[in-house]
Design a protein. Structure first.
Length: 139
């Protein structure tokens, strides 16, 4: 879907959304990666601690902000409905499930991450039932 398919355009976020070309979302993501990859890393390393005015962010602060907001927005997408995670996992093939990465210092594959997501929920729901429900039941 394209940017022009957003209806209604959300207030506040329109200032960012309208900066993106009216192209398919997957193309827009690809272009955003290309934009980052085309940045002059040498120049960025020279600018890393510089501020254009006192009390303004450094380039490093801005890059970290971009990363943090992306994580927050992705977490928001996942909070809207668990179906987004299910759809993500349905898009994987067998080779995707076996890919391994490091998560909090530990190697884990994509399949195990899926079960970890579910198990993490079970763990915390059980904890709430065991530790918090009794607080209400005592009243």
């Amino acid at each position: 879907m394209k940017r022009s398919d957003i209806n209604p355009m959300p207030q506040y976020f329109d200032r960012y959304i309208n900066l993106v070309e009216d192209i398919e979302l997957d193309q827009a993501f690809l272009k955003s990666v290309q934009q980052i990859n085309s940045l002059d890393i040498h120049l960025f390393s020279q600018l890393k601690d510089k501020r254009y005015l006192p009390d303004k962010w450094t380039v490093n602060d801005i890059i970290q902000h971009i990363i943090d907001i992306e994580r927050i927005l992705c977490a928001g997408v996942l909070r809207f409905v668990r179906n987004s995670t299910i759809s993500l996992y349905k898009s994987f093939d067998a080779s995707d499930y076996s890919k391994i990465g490091i998560n909090w210092k530990h190697p884990i594959n994509v399949l195990a991450m899926g079960f970890n997501i579910i198990g993490h929920q079970i763990h915390h729901i059980n904890f709430i039932k065991e530790k918090y429900y009794p607080l209400i039941l005592r009243e």
